[in-house]
Design a protein around this ligand. Structure first.
Ligand code: COA
Length: 263
């Protein structure tokens, strides 16, 4: 059993090999201040090597918000240096999510604006409740997104659609987010966590080695300094030395369910 760590701004729990992170600043619509970013990063990093965790769900406390953005009050008087540091740290936190070897699902339970939408986009999969709202309203504040919103939104929904959302600052509802490909599924609020658990429970039956490899290969496509095809060739080849591959193929050939050990 993994030791429980106490965080200041998030709640965590672990059940059935799933690690749950709940951003716990409901009065501030779960706005992401620096402490929250630090807590999320530390919580996510803690599951990287944790053999008891097979997947992560990130959500926001309360019925209204996943996260309504970076904490505007906190950064309103920042200098150029502080702003640059904040953006760099935001990028680092969301990269820790994106590169996590375990699947991370954003359970978007309300407003996902600015940094909230950027946080959701850094997760591998997004499931939205019907009341969710998405947007990058930074231009209303006289600023641009700072946690890779310009990059990941264009990757997820295409350049033209991303530019429209980024330049108008308008929010879209869950149905529209689904239509644009920003979210994978839309469900009622009471089914939100169940739907995320269903997806992770399916993934849990697969080889952990294969799952982390899929994440690495897909991420490689978006990295400018590596060739994703080379990464895939290398990853694929390495499986022929793994026990999971032997188990998966033997299970198929002898018509029994596979039991993967992640080795
Ligand atoms: N940063 C800091 N505080 C925030 C916040 C943010 N991004 N978003 C909401 N809050 C705070 C509000 O200031 C308010 O605090 P208060 O009760 O101490 O005054 C509390 O959360 C509730 O928000 P409120 O605006 O009263 O709720 P609402 O239902 O009327 O509006 C939103 C909801 C999301 C439309 C509105 O809060 C909003 O526009 N938030 C900012 C979104 C944004 O620009 N994000 C990008 C930041 S870079």
């Amino acid at each position: 059993m993994t030791a429980q760590v106490m965080y200041q701004t998030i709640l965590t729990k672990q059940e059935n090999e799933i690690f749950y992170i709940t951003i716990n600043r409901e009065q501030k619509l779960n706005a992401l201040n620096i402490q929250t970013l630090t807590d999320i990063k530390n919580a996510v990093l803690s599951v990287y090597e944790d053999g008891n965790v097979r997947g992560v769900i990130i959500t926001g406390a309360g019925p209204k918000a996943f996260a309504a953005g970076a904490d505007i009050e906190e950064f309103s008087n920042f200098s150029v240096e502080e702003g640059t540091r904040l953006s760099a740290e935001g990028h680092a936190v969301l990269k820790a999510i994106d590169h996590c070897p375990k699947p991370i699902i954003a359970a978007v339970n309300g407003f996902a604006l600015g940094g909230g939408n950027e946080l959701a986009m850094s997760c591998h999969i997004r499931v939205a409740s019907e009341n969710a709202k998405f947007g990058q309203p930074e231009v209303n504040l006289g600023i641009t997104p700072g946690y890779a919103g310009t990059q990941r939104l264009a990757q997820l929904i295409g350049k033209g659609r991303a530019l429209e959302l980024l330049m108008t600052g308008e929010s879209i509802n869950a149905t529209e987010a689904h239509r644009l490909g920003l979210v994978n599924h839309v469900v009622s609020a009471d089914q939100l966590i169940t739907k995320c658990e269903e997806i992770l429970n399916k993934i849990k039956t697969k080889s952990p080695l294969a799952i982390s490899s899929v994440i690495r290969c897909v991420n490689a496509y978006y990295e400018k300094r590596v060739d994703g095809n080379d990464v895939e060739i290398n990853e694929f080849g390495n499986f022929f030395g793994s026990e999971d591959f032997k188990e998966g193929t033997q299970a198929f050939l002898t018509k029994r369910p596979a039991k993967f050990m992640g080795k």
